[in-house]
Every structure is written in C-alpha cells, then in structure tokens.
Design a protein around this ligand. Structure first.
Ligand SMILES: *[C@@H]1O[C@H](CO)[C@@H](O)[C@H](O)[C@H]1NC(C)=O
Ligand SMILES: *[C@@H]1O[C@H](CO)[C@@H](O)[C@H](O)[C@H]1NC(C)=O
Ligand SMILES: *[C@@H]1O[C@H](CO)[C@@H](O)[C@H](O)[C@H]1NC(C)=O
Length: 623
C-alpha cells in the first residue's frame, strides 16, 4: 500500500463482459437518432458516452484488452507526434456532441454522469497546451511495458488461432512504438522538458534485465509453449506461429536495446537540472495543471502545502498523545523503530499472517459495517498471497458479474519483517470499507462503461490525459482508515499508531510534492522531511520521493480526497442535524462510482437540499 502498484493491477481489472441484453440495448440506441423526439437527451447521452468509450478503446488498445474486448488486440497505442492533434480533435467532437444535450432533461443520476463525462473530456482538451511536457517522456523507472511482462500476457486471451495472430501482430508493432517513444524523448530534449535524472536512472538496468533473458525464455514467450500446445490446431500452424512469435520477440529485443542505449548515452545527459518541474519553462503553471488534474479540484500549490503542514502537525500531536500515554521519551522515528523490533508484533510464518488478515476482515470488520453502511452488496473480498515480491499489500477488483472476486493480495515473502500493528489500517484501506467496498457498490450501480473502466495508464502524460479520479478512489480508501476509529476496529494504541504512521505519510506528501515542484525544495530536503516524521525506512522514502519527482501532483490526491469527503460529511451533518443519516451519506458517495471532487460536491449539495437542509453551510477545508 505504501508503494501502490499504480498501473494495471490495482484498480483497472474490472473485466468487461457484454451480456446479450446489453448488445440489444446498444444496437437500439444506434437507431435512436432516426426516431428523434423531444426528451431523448438520455439516449443521446448514453450513445455519446458509448461512442467515446469505443473511441477510447481504439486509442488505447491495451486498455481495451484489459476491459475484456477483443476488437483491438492486434494493436498498440499510437505514440506518434501526430496522435496529439488527432486525439484533440476527436475529443473536441465529443465535447460538442455532449454540450448539445440538454442537461435539464436528464434524470439526476444521468445528470451526474453528464457532468463526469464532460469533465473527462474537457480535462483532456483543456490541457492540450501541456502535450510537450510529460507526454513527451513515456519511459521512467515506474512506467513502461517491459516492467510488467506478466500483465501483458495476463490480460490477453490465448484461446484461438486469432488470439495468437493478434498477439504476434502486437509483438511486431512494438519496435515501431519504441521508435515513437524515442522520437518523443528526443523532442523533450530539444524543448528542454525532460525528467530529472532520478526518473530514468534505473531504466537502462531495468531494460538490461529483460533483454539479457533470451527471447525464448522470456515471460512474453510463455504463450507459445504449453498454452499453444493445448490449442486444437495443426502442428504446422503451431510451428509457424512459434517461429513468427520468436521472430517478433527478437525485433522487440533489438528495439529495446536501442532504447537502452539512447537513455544511458543520450537522454540521461539532457535531463533537467532542477528536481521539481518548477524549473521548466512555464513550470509553475505546468505544476498547477498537474495538481488540478490529479485533485479534480482547483486548489493552489501553496494551499496544498499549508494543508499538508496542518495535517502533519495534527497527526504528530495525536502520535505524541499515545507516546506519552505509554511514557515513551524519544522521537516518532525512534518509537516506530522500537515497535518494529518488538517480538510481540511478529508472526513466525506466512500462514499465520494470512490467518490474521482473514480474521481481521471477517471477524472484526465485516460484522461492524452495518453501523455505517446499508444495502451492502454480497460479494466478499478474498485474501491471497501476492504471487511476486511487490508492495506489502494491494487490491485487485474482480469482474462486474462477480465471477472473479475482488482480491486482497498480501506480500508474504518476508513474514519475519511484517509487524502486526500495521495490519489494521492497511486492511481497512485495501478491503472494507476501502477499495473493495467501494468497488462492489460501484459494480452494483451499473454505471456507463466509461465510468466503470478507467484507463489507469500513462501517468507520464498528465495533464494531457483522461482523468483517473484518484482523489475519489484513494481519498475514499484513506477515509476508510479513519472510519476504522469510528467502527472501533483499532483495538489498542499500537494499532492506532500503525494508522497514524500511514496517515502522516500521506500528509507529508502534500508538503514535499508542492515543496519540490513549486517551492524549490531539493530531493534531500524532502527525504529528510519524511524520514523525521514517518515510520518509513530510508530506502523506501527515497523511492517515494523519486516517484513524486516523476509524477508531479499524483501523491497529493489521497489526502486531499479524504479531506474533501470529511468536509462534505461535516457540511451535510451540520445542515441536516438530526435528519442526517451517515449510512445514506455513504451510499450517496459510493453509488456514483469515481467522480471528480467538484461533482462530489454537487452530489452532496443536492442531497442536502433534497432533505430540506441548507447547502453550502460551513467553510471549505479544501477549496
Ligand atoms: C466544435 O465546436 C466548435 C465551436 O462551435 C467548432 O469551432 C469546432 O470546429 C467543433 N469541433 C468539432 C471537432 O466538431
Ligand atoms: C519454452 O520452451 C522452450 C523449449 O522447451 C524452453 O527452452 C523455454 O525456456 C520455454 N520458455 C518459457 C518462457 O517457458
Ligand atoms: C528475515 O528472514 C530472511 C530469510 O530468512 C532473512 O534474510 C532476513 O534477514 C530476515 N530479516 C529479519 C529482520 O530478521
């Protein structure tokens, strides 16, 4: 959780299986314009949203594969320079089409969908001016296809000859895409809009690790071994496909080698001289645009910085209360060092840890949820060991029809280094009432495809990109760590300190992200700031800080989202007094799926007015 795997697996595994009834519904919609009558705004919106979703699938073919479609499985995203303008014009067309719809004719729920849709489109289009910044730098130490080869073969189907032909076509398309990536990065060098060196320092080594494995032994070749053997197909066909697959992979290896040389011998020497993006031409405005993109709220960098410091003080104060209750004399860092070394928080085996997590989820948390939630969908989360050595814990949502359950993966590689006092907040965040509960409400709400499937890729391209609404999803998960207190899930001061340790780290992000990108902080200053205030080991802090330098504004979304939810809850409860029901409020937030924080505000204000309250009471915590 501390270092979330942000690309594919965390949230984007909502598999898309179109049912027969939906196909009929959609094909009817296609004929709607012929029968246009007054009051068909609703059908116009549905068809515009569906057309956008299909266009987006074509524009991001791997996202389409991930969403369960086979339509574009033979393609890769076009990363040519020409794509910038082509995408812009397409999106402008969708904006025009959407603005022609009369929002006042829509139901309330559709009105929100309209707002989200328009926000998705205009966020993209309004940031066209920044296409020559992040978007010109598609490779960094956290992002590129070669960092997660398993993902590529996991999402693609290998059930038919056609599936293999698609896969081979994709392999053959890769060298061209790698050339496009290098063209973009050359352009970034020319314009002076490159990363700091920390963002690409590990890249040559990461590529070497991939291409030092012979293609035939690579994960990418796996589908050509046993999986292909099992396919009902003539031996000649199989041999032919194997040969072409191998040939394709050799081409990828050659292209990757060129990319590696380019990064180490050329790009690295032209990386920006400042740590933050503030040092780039128009860097301050660029950072504001990134921040706004991630927060889905127009909060200024200095405001975010101040909020962060206020939160850090508040949480530190909470920590000190506990520490003095326990008569501990040292610093926060010393406290956590002592706690981590304490044998009472250690388990001897992976099995015990797994058992602890399951016990926590099913015996401690689930039974308490009805205090704060109603109409809870049935689908329970499952807990499994993480199949590789990644983050401590992460959540992968299931399929909308429930056939593949939402899964909480726990890293059990080093059970002796796991401390039980950190389990509770992690569990609340990743499972219930965090990511899993959010997901099951969202799935039950039957939202339009573009709302259900978010393309969590290309963080580098922000802000010239379609929004993820991370402030909603991660804000909700962080808010869930707080709900653990209201639910009485934290059983002692140690578990509470585990929670504070996680929380203060998210607050520190507001301070250092704005510090480095907007206020001229050095990397070292950021590392020291976090190390002095959180339980995190130095090596992890460094990776974190390099992440912030690579994705300006991204890490601020968590705390800002949580503060916004708390602010709106406060607004609703003071406006409604006795009529305020926390369970209705939570349903309201969860039933609309991921939304921009601005739209969340509208939703809550409507809720307040509906119940006879006076919206807009109380000043904002996050403006
Ligand atoms: C969208 O509308 C604007 C303003 O009417 C117009 O200038 C533009 O050409 C339209 N774009 C597309 C792609 O239809
Ligand atoms: C595929 O099979 C070949 C031949 O048996 C073997 O050398 C290679 O290691 C296998 N590759 C993978 C990724 O399993
Ligand atoms: C945990 O166990 C692993 C493997 O047995 C060992 O390498 C590591 O040093 C141990 N860590 C601690 C903190 O004891």
């Amino acid at each position: 959780m501390l270092f979330e795997r942000v690309s594919s697996t965390v949230c984007s595994c909502h598999e898309y299986r179109m049912r027969a009834s939906q196909i009929i519904y959609l094909s009817l919609l296609c004929y709607m314009p012929l029968l246009r009558v007054k009051g068909d705004a609703s059908a116009d919106l549905a068809s515009a949203e569906q057309a956008f979703f299909t266009w987006h699938e074509q524009q991001a073919p791997e996202y389409s594969t991930d969403a369960g479609s086979k339509a574009f499985n033979d393609r890769l995203a076009d990363l040519s320079m020409g794509a910038f303008d082509a995408d812009y014009f397409a999106v402008e067309g969708f904006i025009n089409r959407t603005q022609a719809i009369d929002r006042s004719q829509l139901s309330r729920q559709q009105g929100y969908s309209y707002d989200i849709f328009l926000d998705t489109l205009t966020t993209f289009a309004s940031n066209y001016q920044w296409r020559q910044f992040g978007a010109l730098n598609p490779v960094n130490f956290m992002e590129s296809f070669y960092l997660d080869l398993d993902y590529i073969i996991d999402i693609a189907p290998f059930d038919t000859k056609g599936d293999y032909e698609n896969y081979i076509a994709r392999l053959e398309a890769r060298p061209k895409q790698i050339n496009q990536i290098m063209d973009r990065m050359h352009e970034a060098i020319r314009l002076g809009t490159t990363y700091n060196l920390v963002s690409v320092l590990k890249v040559p080594g990461q590529i070497a690790e991939v291409i030092n494995t012979p293609p035939v032994q690579s994960t990418l070749f796996k589908p050509f071994n046993e999986t292909l053997d099992k396919l009902t197909l003539g031996q000649t066909d199989k041999d032919d496909m194997r040969a072409r697959g191998l040939q394709g992979l050799r081409g990828v290896w050659t292209a990757l080698n060129r990319l590696k040389t380019f990064i180490s011998d050329d790009y690295s020497y032209h990386t920006r001289g400042t740590y933050g993006v503030g040092g780039l031409p128009s860097g301050g405005s660029f950072y504001r645009a990134c921040l706004k993109w991630h927060l889905s709220l127009d909060t200024s960098p200095p405001q975010v910085h101040q909020l962060g410091m206020r939160e850090v003080d508040r949480i530190t104060h909470n920590m000190q209360k506990v520490m003095s209750r326990q008569a501990f004399q040292g610093t926060v860092a010393e406290y956590y060092t002592k706690l981590k070394a304490d044998p009472q928080f250690h388990r001897s085996s992976a099995d015990e840890i797994l058992k602890d997590f399951r016990n926590l989820i099913f015996n401690r948390i689930y039974p308490k949820l009805p205090q704060l939630f109603k109409d809870i969908p049935d689908n329970k989360v499952v807990v499994k060991p993480l199949p590789y050595d990644g983050p401590y814990g992460m959540y992968s949502s299931g399929s909308d029809d429930g056939s593949r359950p939402g899964t909480f993966y726990v890293n059990l590689r080093r059970p002796n280094e796991t401390s039980t006092f950190t389990m509770v907040s992690l569990t609340l965040h990743e499972t219930v009432p965090g990511h899993h509960l959010q997901y099951v409400y969202q799935a039950a709400a039957k939202l339009p495809s573009f709302q259900r499937h978010i393309d969590y890729n290309k963080y580098y391209a922000v802000p010239y990109h379609f929004p993820f609404y991370t402030a909603y999803t991660e804000g909700w998960a962080l808010y869930s760590e707080f709900l653990g207190e209201e639910l009485g899930v934290y059983q002692d001061d140690y578990e509470l300190m585990g929670r504070y340790g996680d929380e203060i780290f998210r607050a520190c992000r507001l301070v250092v992200d704005t510090g480095m990108h907007y206020l001229g902080w050095t990397r070292q200053k950021a590392i020291e700031y976090i190390s002095a205030r959180t339980p995190m080991p130095q090596a992890e802090v460094e990776i974190e800080v390099d992440r912030y330098l690579t994705w300006p504004g991204q890490a601020c979304a968590y705390k800002i989202g949580e503060l916004k939810i708390k602010e709106l809850r406060q607004r609703a409860s003071s406006a409604l007094g006795d009529k305020f029901d926390i369970r209705d409020f939570h349903s309201l937030l969860l039933n609309n799926g991921p939304v921009p924080l601005k739209v969340m505000e509208t939703i809550v204000d409507d809720f307040i007015s509906d119940q006879g309250g006076n919206a807009h009471s109380g000043g904002p915590i996050v403006g």
